[in-house]
Design a binder for this molecule. Structure first.
Ligand code: GN1
Ligand code: MG
Length: 353
């Protein structure tokens, strides 16, 4: 091991640094992602870059998709992180039993909650720019994760977790929460069938890089989930995150109509006539759907304790952290349900006003 490693560094970090020729780098954990392990690397020779150890849910070939999409974005004049090849010219490196990749450094900051509607408009415009820029890319995705927003599948996983983990020490706390989520899911209106588009796949707030003054949205990061998908699901996933000013780690969450109206207006301005009426008309239903779906995913992990990263400084176990996250998404869903008509009106004003 030649480079000093941060506490709790995953196996293979030193070897991965060598693969990118960063033998004497300073390495710091970076960002608030729940899945991959991410580091900021500063090396006297290679400069500053991002190094990531992929969660096993992603196959190494995902890097070929990221390379194709980010090349296209760059050719269209969009700011984007790009994959940095290893010294051997590869898009990724295997070390310590995991897959590693390096990305160019884009200077900016990730936000965990929005402070102002103009930031929601910025996020909307950045997402619209991304969608339009990749819309003419004829890429066949190498990494296909089916059922990412198959809500029925996520609900079935939650029901299964209730059966499998009856003896879990937190079962008595999780089970009533799960029942409320499952019954809220039954109230969800169906989503229309629309054509698939190339999407980011996980446009939550902290996957958008902002300027250090938190004013401008620069670009989308965290590109492992790139895929073809119905656009309303993508927009619902974005808005469920951007419009919850409490963030994902507090059970007292709520849905901000003000942020929502600004977010859809920013998106509408950026997308112009590119988005079709069947797509924009289902944004509110899609947002509600993703709140419930993500609540179900967090709730299942409160029993399975195997998927989402968690914060041991604030919660006793992974289960408690995921219980709070599940309750938070559910609370935001309730808040949106109470403001549904006004949210629908904001969508019409943005896209047809
Ligand atoms: C995960 O990887 P990250 O932290 O950006 C998750 C998303 C969830 C999100 C909730 C691959 O995103 O689906 O919406 O957490 N990513 C994956 O914060 O499951
Ligand atoms: Mg992330």
């Amino acid at each position: 091991m030649t480079a000093p490693e941060p506490a709790g560094a995953p196996p293979g970090l030193g070897e991965a640094l060598l693969a990118w020729g960063a033998a004497t780098a300073a390495v710091h954990p970076l960002g608030a992602g729940l899945i991959n392990q991410t580091f900021a690397v500063t090396d006297p020779v290679r400069g500053r870059f991002v190094l990531q150890r992929l969660h096993p849910v992603f196959r190494a070939e995902v890097n070929e998709d990221i390379d194709a999409v980010t090349r296209h974005l760059e050719a269209r004049g969009e700011v984007t992180p790009r994959l940095l090849p290893t010294l051997a010219g590869e898009l990724w490196s295997e070390a310590g039993g995991g897959v590693w990749r390096a990305l160019s450094w884009v200077d900016g900051v990730g936000l965990d909650r929005l402070e102002h509607p103009t930031q929601a408009a910025e996020a909307g415009a950045a997402l619209a720019r991304f969608h339009r820029a990749v819309s003419d890319l004829g890429h066949e995705f190498r990494s296909v994760r089916s059922g990412v927003h198959d809500t029925a599948r996520h609900l079935a996983n939650l029901r299964q977790a209730l059966v499998t983990h009856r003896q879990h020490r937190c079962f008595a706390a999780v089970e009533p929460l799960a029942r409320v989520i499952l019954s809220a899911a039954e109230q969800l209106p169906p989503l229309p069938v629309v054509p698939e588009r190339i999407v980011h796949g996980d446009p939550k707030l902290n996957n958008i890089l902002f300027t250090h003054d938190h004013v401008r949205a620069i670009c989308l990061i965290d590109l492992d989930t790139l895929s073809r998908m119905a656009l309303p699901l993508e927009l619902g996933d974005a808005l469920r995150s951007w419009c919850n000013p409490a963030g994902e780690d507090r059970s007292r969450a709520w849905f901000s109509l003000e942020l929502f109206a600004a977010g859809v207006a920013g998106y509408a301005r950026g997308a112009g006539g590119w988005i079709t009426p069947p797509e924009w008309r289902s944004i509110v239903t899609a947002t509600q759907t993703i709140y419930i779906e993500l609540a179900a995913r967090f709730c299942a992990d409160a029993l399975n304790e195997s998927y989402f990263g968690w914060n041991p400084h604030e919660f006793p176990t992974r289960s408690e952290h995921n219980q709070v996250r599940a309750a938070s998404q559910l609370q935001a869903a309730r808040s949106l349900a109470e403001q549904r008509e006004a949210a629908e009106a904001a969508v019409v004003a943005a896209f047809a006003g």
